[in-house]
Write a protein that binds this ligand. Structure first.
Ligand code: T4K
Length: 393
């Protein structure tokens, strides 16, 4: 098979035609209001509340600063139970607050925190739970709410993947005390870099607005050790424009998701992502799990795809609990996280983004089918030794 000229990445930012952005840029240039809560910032907060069906939103420079600030806003200390199966920013946000992450195991189907593991990890030091809606699949929010109520714990959802996701007809972002979105270039809705905290309460939103502006409440009064988390007018304007196209983008992702399912369904040794129950998905990722019954290993399959210009990614490998700053924690021991450890060794996220052509999806599926009928296990040496960042653009 010939190698295509342009590689297929796991994701590719969706952008409207540049001409559509020029009027927004001109307005910023003319007004000279570049940041610090300008008109585009206010308009995007309002538009996102309406689009997502939530009450209050505070925009941020990115989700990582949003997570750090959300924990600050709720004055969370001590230990927080979280998932090892996520992007490293989830646990880093805890560490930046001097909070000790306690890792609990995940559910094998949803890849989200298993409520039983959460409950088993609670100690007198536990103050909160920080679950992730992994790949945009909703957590078991009702069970988490029950646990939080029973043990008087806060819940901060890392909703970086969950833009637009709905559960039983309502936004999943309304769950918990706070939810944090990412608008990074690789996400379903992007502002190049960006993020937001979704909060149910106007007073909390006001406190968060102070925290993201160094703690200033007026020209001369600083009430908290705040940070600079403000989104600029450029990013906010981009968000307003992107919002006009996001339904179309999610619909196209849904078509690609369906096509992968139709082409890969029934391949022995492959597990396809479960379709969330009673949920409206945003199809942000397409993770497959490569079981032992598949003739080649996950890493060999990853390598074979890359040889053909398809840059699939092993999100999330390694586990967060395997990185040097976390692996010494008692909760990080792999035998305590068997499902997460197994999933991390098997997962491969296939390309999914609006501009991906059907022909490309067919090509990816064909390569996987070809690997499925190969009778020998391929050597894993090159892919296995590479770091998860080896597919940098
Ligand atoms: N919580 C969770 C659960 C998260 O997944 C993330 C971020 C966060 C919190 C923190 O959110 P932010 O603070 O970033 O708002 C990427 C993203 O950088 C990261 O935002 C994301 N999760 C994570 C899952 O993926 P990398 O290091 O894998 O990205 P990178 O640069 O290798 O990009 C992946 C592929 O995307 C490239 O192979 C090509 C394509 N790409 C990427 C960029 C940046 C483009 O085509 N254009 C681009 O501009 O982390």
């Amino acid at each position: 098979m010939s190698i295509p000229s342009a590689p297929l990445y796991v994701t590719r930012p969706d952008l409207p035609p540049l001409e559509e952005f020029l009027p927004y840029l001109r307005e910023i240039w003319d007004s000279r209001v570049l940041t610090n809560g300008g008109p585009y910032h206010r308009r995007l907060e309002q538009a996102l509340c309406e689009y997502l069906g939530v009450r209050h939103i505070a925009l941020f420079t990115n989700a990582t600063i949003g997570l750090v600030t959300a924990l600050q806003a709720l004055r969370i200390r001590g230990e927080v139970i979280t998932t090892p199966y996520s992007f490293v920013a989830t646990a880093h946000a805890l560490q930046w607050n001097g909070i000790r992450p306690v890792f609990a195991d995940i559910d094998p189907v949803t890849h989200n925190l298993d409520p039983h593991s959460i409950e088993a990890a609670i100690t007198p030091e536990t103050t909160a739970i920080m679950p992730v809606h992994c790949y945009g699949a909703p957590c078991n929010v009702k069970a988490i709410e029950r646990i939080a109520t029973a043990y008087n714990l806060k819940v901060v959802y890392d909703a970086a993947h969950a833009f637009g996701v709905r559960l039983n007809g309502a936004s999943v972002l309304a769950e918990g005390d706070l939810s944090v979105l990412s608008f990074h270039a690789t996400k379903v809705f992007n502002t190049f870099e960006g993020g937001a905290i979704v909060c149910p309460d106007a007073r909390v939103k006001q406190h968060i607005d102070h925290l993201k502006n160094f703690g200033f409440v007026n020209e001369t009064t600083v009430v908290a050790t705040g940070i600079n988390g403000k989104m600029s007018e450029f990013n906010a304007a981009l968000g307003l424009l992107q919002l006009q196209h996001v339904d179309q983008a999610i619909a196209r992702r849904g078509q690609i998701d369906a096509l992968y399912r139709s082409l890969l369904d029934g391949v022995e040794g492959l597990r396809l992502p479960a379709s969330p129950v009673n949920a409206l998905s945003n199809h942000s990722y397409f993770p497959i799990l490569v079981d032992d019954a598949f003739p080649v290993s996950r890493d060999a399959l990853c390598h074979r795809l890359r040889e053909h210009g398809i840059v699939a990614r092993r999100y999330f490998y390694p586990l967060i609990s395997e990185f040097p700053m976390y692996r010494g924690l008692p909760s990080a021991q792999p035998e305590r996280l068997p499902v997460a450890a197994d999933t991390s060794r098997r997962v491969l996220c296939l390309p999914i983004y609006p501009s991906l052509a059907d022909a490309d999806v067919h090509r990816v599926a064909k390569l996987i089918h070809d690997a499925a009928v190969s009778s020998r296990r391929l050597p894993v040496r090159r892919a296995a030794t590479a770091t998860p960042r080896m597919a940098a653009i």
